[in-house]
Design a protein around this ligand. Structure first.
Ligand SMILES: [Zn+2]
Length: 436
């Protein structure tokens, strides 16, 4: 007897051999994948639930390795403002971000992600305990990082206070099935070295992940060069922060030596193509990072940056912009992009022993993508269909840790109308608080 059988459909396992089964079956017991094979394996055991996946692509859940989910409340504001972070976002956040707003915004972000096939996300924000609670309420897997920044923040007057909040987050969520508490120092240039060292020590003592914006802007490079004579990657290395527990978001402005350091240290990278090109920041040299063995996953960045939180919407941009940048249509093939969205993200977050592929022993984070739409018909190459034609609305069913969270495009774990209404209720207050 197993809990769940997903039968039929074209299974993309994303295992090391990139094994596909068409049709295939996946058996789930106690939240874990116990068997993957032809549909006949489902006939050999009784299943409490059977999902007919005919017409679907069945693959590991999308992993969004970098976001700020609660910023859904600010989506679409100040999109074309210059120097937006300092002149627009930080002043706005200082006026309206509190634990209630993060609660509502994080739920909305989780709703959007899970309906779009994201089963795991890595988040950096203020009042991060609310993001942890939202992920747990929706039933999403999440690495939640409490922001530590060098100036007064909505939830902490000083970096020391932010570190205290982070310590409490680590203590409160340690050992949770889905939520992994983490530290989120904002960026190398927005924190003094002493605070970065304190983050390093707390992370080491608690074996906690660290999420940081890294090599995102030219201004960051200039500040760190002035402070240390090093690149931001070299600077973090000198502080002892690089390593498998660290995930650097963006890594746009990295040189060959930086890439070698990222690879040798096992530091993960979150690649946020759509947000990066919208902000005209540049294109991260991901093909070179992958060739060097760096663990690279995909991310959306916050919804003020990339505007949407679903990873499927990123896939085509990632493939096409790297082709354009390389001047080579064979660059960044579709299968490689799907790998980054799944097993690559798991590696970048140090979770590849648990998630990222459909293999016995891994947790059952699985998405069924309806491939019967006009835009995906006829189906030849499932990777190409997914990367170049699919969209978030094609996601039919989602399981996280073996639990069916979305079924036939409907969220089973929370009231979607109530989540959207709570966000809409904040609209007037946010408009009234916009920086002039
Ligand atoms: Zn970010």
């Amino acid at each position: 007897m197993v809990d769940l059988a997903i039968v039929g459909g074209h299974v993309l396992t994303m295992d090391a051999d990139r094994r596909e089964l068409s049709p295939g079956a996946v058996l789930v017991e106690a939240g874990a994948i116990v068997a993957v094979g032809p549909p006949a394996i489902a006939g050999q055991v009784e299943a409490a639930r059977t999902i007919d996946a005919t017409g679907c692509l069945v693959l590991p859940g999308m992993i969004n390795t970098h976001t700020h989910a609660a910023m859904t409340l600010f989506r679409g504001l100040g999109d074309d403002e210059p120097d937006r972070l300092r002149r627009f976002i930080w002043p706005l956040e200082s006026r309206v971000v509190d634990s209630d707003s993060v609660h509502d915004g994080a739920l909305l972000g989780c709703l959007e992600m899970v309906l779009g096939g994201v089963t795991c996300f890595a988040d950096m924000y203020f009042f991060e305990e609310e993001v942890a609670a939202a992920a747990a309420a929706i039933g999403l897997r999440a690495v939640v990082g409490q922001t530590v920044i060098g100036h007064a923040a909505p939830d902490a007057a000083t970096p020391a206070e932010a570190l205290e909040r982070a310590g409490a987050l680590l203590a409160d969520w340690r050992g949770h099935d889905l939520v992994i508490p983490a530290l989120a120092p904002h960026a190398p240039d927005t924190l003094p070295a002493a605070v970065l060292k304190a983050v390093r020590d707390l992370s080491a003592a608690e074996n906690a992940p660290v999420l940081i914006h890294l090599c995102e802007t030219e201004a960051e490079l200039a500040t760190i060069r002035e402070r240390s004579g090093l690149t931001p990657v070299g600077y973090l290395d000198s502080l002892g922060l690089l390593g498998p527990r660290l995930l650097g978001a963006h890594c746009i402005h990295v040189d060959e030596a930086d890439i070698a350091l990222l690879a040798a240290s096992g530091t993960g990278v979150a690649h946020n193509m759509v947000a990066n090109i919208k902000a005209a920041k540049g294109v991260a040299p991901v093909p070179a990072m992958l060739a060097a063995g760096v663990a690279v996953g995909l991310g959306t960045d916050g919804p003020m940056s990339g505007n949407t939180l679903d990873v499927i919407g990123q896939l085509g941009y990632v493939a096409k912009l790297h082709k354009l940048t390389a001047g080579d249509r064979t660059a960044m093939p579709a299968r490689e992009v799907v790998a980054m969205a799944t097993i690559g993200g798991a590696r970048a977050l140090g979770l590849d022993d648990r998630i990222g592929s459909i293999e016995p022993g891994k947790r059952a984070d699985i998405v069924l993508i309806d491939a019967t739409g006009a835009h995906m018909t006829p189906l030849y190459d499932p990777y190409a269909a997914l990367v170049y034609a699919a969209n978030a609305a094609d996601v039919r069913t989602v399981t996280v840790d073996g639990r069916i969270v979305v079924e036939d495009r409907r969220l089973l774990t929370a009231d979607t109308d109530a989540i959207k209404a709570a966000a809409n209720d904040r609209r007037e207050r946010i408009l009234a608080a916009l920086p002039g």
